[in-house]
Design a protein around this ligand. Structure first.
Ligand code: TNX
Length: 534
């Protein structure tokens, strides 16, 4: 299998390098193998779409995505009408060597065929097909006088990694449901398949929990925000009802995106502590404060008493009902555990549990959550701080403070997702700070994102399969509007999509930028804001 993939990759390199401008195949992420053939298939109102069963479900998505710009909807049929031009889609187990997300796309003058082993593969074949059309195919209103020509090609494609993620942070600035859904549309076009949603933090609790209504009654209207220190700025209030969540999860699933919820603990929990002071260290202090003082009295750190463990397990019970994702993220980052070291009640707890320090108490708490999620058939994911004090047996590690955490976890046989600040923090500046909107800091230009390889050499070759993939973060402290969100995301997320999809051997930045120049015309047609290329 490995040999076959390498051959495909090298094949792609030769083909694309020899292509003249008229032959350009400007697909992002770059398909593994592209062969340009003579001629084109023209889509017209009389073109029919042929698919059955699960393939028909995907075929309808193709028709729906083309209809706004083309002004007609392709007619879906169950069988190929003799002599008529058709786009045909079907599942074929024979393609299972391409994995659950791989596909073949063949375009000939009389027929387009998309074939895959699984529906996700058909969906990705559709995303490639859309990008072979003129960029105005992405317009959301009818475009006249365009020949909807698709160049003849033979494409064989499959992703390098199973986890190709983006993180959104509605906790810091709330993201309205409609904006979230539009974001999912654009990420799916780039073949991303995981959306981590950071639902809780010091600045806000954004998910309705039936058992603890105060979490949103109070925690979604926090009067404090890291960015707007003197109070909450615009878009700092809001939450998703359970019905909203179900709608988001379903919408994402239709686009083959799994929504991974993140419920932060034991730190970054200020909003929960304001709503439920009993979760914090020295309970009761908060309740006595006037509302505008509430934040200043929370450390953002919960006290891991048995009652607190039960509280968060109750929360996770409702979260598991809403999110079918196998992976559930519990945060685990940046805990200021010195507060436990110095707290008399926590000292007693550490002695009782025979733990030698606060790191072990942190680990003990995470292990309670790991055991609980494992009992329910789920997998815990946490930021790399969960390695300190001993990694929970079922944990998957998201490596953000560089690659060391990911390397250590993978070499110890744990799954990891690489998400280092150095290459995947899309909240960082993407150009000279003086000419960019205010950001949290850092410096992450497009080329650096593109250069990333999620498998560091320090991971033993027989452990490399533990690297599930890669994820980019759009932390929300400085991102208050959907326009700004897209500006920070694109085009860097397009580069990350290629990092997650295309084999590193044939990655070529100049060639990527050439394709990107065409790709941004698609973003424009869709009305998606992006940072212009240098
Ligand atoms: C660190 S990444 C955090 C986030 C911030 C981010 C800002 C991580 C696990 N923790 O809470 O939003 O930096 O770049």
């Amino acid at each position: 299998m490995l040999v076959a993939v390498v051959v495909l990759v090298l094949g792609a390199a030769t083909c694309l390098a020899s292509g003249t401008d008229g032959d350009r195949i400007d697909v992002i992420p770059r398909p593994v193998s592209v062969e340009r053939l003579e001629g084109a298939f023209r889509i017209t109102p009389s073109t029919c779409l042929v698919a059955q069963g699960p393939a028909a479900v995907e075929a309808k998505k193709l028709a729906a995505s083309l209809a706004p710009a083309m002004g007609f909807s392709l007619e879906l049929r169950a069988s190929l009408p003799p002599g008529e031009k058709a786009i045909e889609m079907h599942l074929d187990e024979g393609l299972s060597p391409l994995g659950v997300e791989g596909y073949e796309l063949r375009v000939a003058p009389e027929r387009i065929a998309i074939v895959a082993a699984q529906p996700a593969g058909l969906f990705y074949g559709i995303q490639t097909l859309r990008q072979l059309l003129p960029a105005v195919a992405f317009r959301t209103t009818k475009v006249d006088d365009v020949a909807w020509d698709v160049p003849c090609v033979k494409i064989t494609d499959r992703p390098r990694f199973a986890w190709r993620g983006l993180l959104l942070d509605p906790a810091r600035h709330f993201i309205a449901k409609g904006d979230l859904l539009r974001f999912i549309d654009v990420m799916a076009l780039h073949k991303f398949n995981r959306l981590q949603v950071h639902l809780t933090d010091n600045e806000g609790w954004r998910i309705e929990i039936k058992k603890y209504p105060r979490l949103t009654e109070i925690g979604s209207k926090m009067d404090w925000n890291l960015r707007h220190r003197d109070g909450a700025g615009p878009r700092c209030f809001g939450f998703y009802t359970q019905d909203d969540i179900r709608q988001i999860v379903r919408y994402a699933a239709d686009r083959h995106v799994t929504v991974v919820p993140e419920i932060e603990m034991p730190f970054h929990t200020g909003a929960a502590i304001v709503a439920h002071p009993e979760l914090g260290i020295a309970p009761g202090r908060l309740a006595l404060q006037p509302p505008e003082q509430r934040w200043r009295e929370t450390s953002g750190l919960i006290a891991p008493r048995p009652e607190t463990v039960a509280f968060f397990q109750d929360v996770l019970t409702e979260v598991m009902e809403l999110f079918p994702s196998k992976h559930i993220h519990i945060g685990g980052d940046e805990a200021n555990i010195n507060l436990w070291t110095n707290d008399p009640e926590m000292q007693v707890q550490m002695t009782q549990l025979q733990l030698k320090d606060a790191h072990e108490l942190h680990s003990w708490f995470i292990k309670q959550m790991d055991a609980f999620l494992s009992r329910h058939g789920r997998r815990l994911v946490g930021w790399d701080e969960i390695l300190q004090g001993g990694l929970a047996p079922g944990a998957t590690v998201m490596s953000w403070r560089g690659e060391q955490g990911g390397i250590a976890a993978a070499n110890a046989g744990h799954d990891v997702v690489m998400a280092p600040t150095t290459h995947t923090y899309l909240d960082y500046y993407q150009g000279p700070p003086e000419s960019e909107p205010l950001a949290i800091g850092g410096n992450l230009p497009l080329a650096k994102v593109y250069s990333y390889d999620p498998i560091p050499e320090a991971i033993a070759p027989d452990k490399a399969h533990h690297v599930l993939g890669v994820q980019a973060q759009l932390w929300g402290e400085y991102i208050a509007t959907p326009e700004h969100l897209n500006y920070m995301a694109y085009p860097r997320a397009a580069a990350l999509a290629e990092v997650g999809w295309f084999a590193k051997e044939a990655k070529d930045y100049e060639q990527f930028v050439g394709r990107l120049r065409h790709h941004i015309a698609r973003l424009k047609a869709l009305g998606v804001d992006f940072r212009p290329l240098d």
